[in-house]
Design a protein around this ligand. Structure first.
Ligand SMILES: [Zn+2]
Length: 269
């Protein structure tokens, strides 16, 4: 949670650990307390949620139990509140603050525990009729593959999330992975196979949306220069034109604050 000004500058950030209690009751309580203490200094509350949002209601969360239709009503404040998917919030932040809205069609894919994404078409957020648009994490890349929390088997996030990457490389963090990889050809091979899975899903995404710029976010973005050209080549080889330069791909720059910043701009998108 944080206060964010109109230029995207973050103030008074507070991180709440939900390891012991991730119930919506506790989460609502923490959010209410944070807002209450700052109510006289802010005019809008934006909340990024790792799930599907429709008409300002949480309709589905895959990895957290937040499906409370009255989530917004239960937050004790008189301020206006707007909910959006957390990856969409990160997309808005990168689009506005880093890219200054210069692209017409734009997407961000964030790799973390799962895979989220956000779409901007003609300069406007596109969430689709049910809020599913661009829900890339749950497209199937391997029929009958690994069971996903969503009910399907073989979802993209089961192969290309950071959680999966750490699992298959048996490392505890991305820092450890990229350090160890320099002296381990075996690890480098596993990572290369991971990039194939990542490229599979991202190529599908590009085939459907063909945006002007695709941004990859999440903590892996900090290590992006280690694999940028390999990944771009793998994506290009799966597309019709096979021109590497036609794949407009880059890494996010705002880091973990992207979701916070983007949520603060929800009233203007
Ligand atoms: Zn799934």
């Amino acid at each position: 949670m944080a206060m964010v000004d109109e230029n995207g500058k973050v103030y008074e950030k507070e991180i709440v650990n939900f390891a012991n209690d991730n119930s919506s009751k506790y989460i609502i309580k923490k959010i209410s307390e944070y807002i209450k203490a700052r109510e006289d200094r802010v005019n809008f509350v934006g909340i990024g949620v790792p799930g599907i949002i429709k008409n300002n209601r949480i309709v589905y969360t895959c990895n957290l139990s937040l499906e409370d239709p009255n989530f917004v009503k239960k937050i004790h404040t008189t301020l206006p509140i707007k909910l959006a998917n957390d990856a969409l919030c990160a997309t808005i932040a990168e689009y506005k603050i880093i890219d200054k809205c210069k692209y017409t069609n734009y997407a961000l894919v964030t790799l973390g525990t799962g895979i989220g994404s956000g779409l901007i078409f003609n300069g406007k957020v596109y969430e689709g009729k049910n809020g599913y648009a661009g829900e890339l994490g749950h497209i199937v890349i391997k029929k009958g593959g690994i069971q996903c929390n969503c009910g399907r088997k073989g979802c993209f996030e089961k192969y290309a999330s950071v959680s999966r990457l750490l699992e298959i490389t048996k490392t505890k963090s991305l820092g450890e992975l990229f350090t160890s990889m320099d002296s381990s050809p075996e690890l480098a091979k596993v990572f290369d196979e991971y990039l194939d899975d990542l490229a599979e899903g991202l190529a599908n995404f590009i085939m459907i949306n063909d945006v002007d710029m695709l941004v990859i976010g999440g903590s892996i973005a900090w290590f992006g220069d280690r694999f940028y050209y390999v990944l771009r080549g793998k994506i290009a080889s799966r597309l019709f034109n096979r021109e590497t330069n036609d794949v407009k791909l880059k890494f996010a720059k705002l880091g973990n604050d992207a979701g916070l910043i983007g949520a603060s701009f929800l009233d203007s998108m």
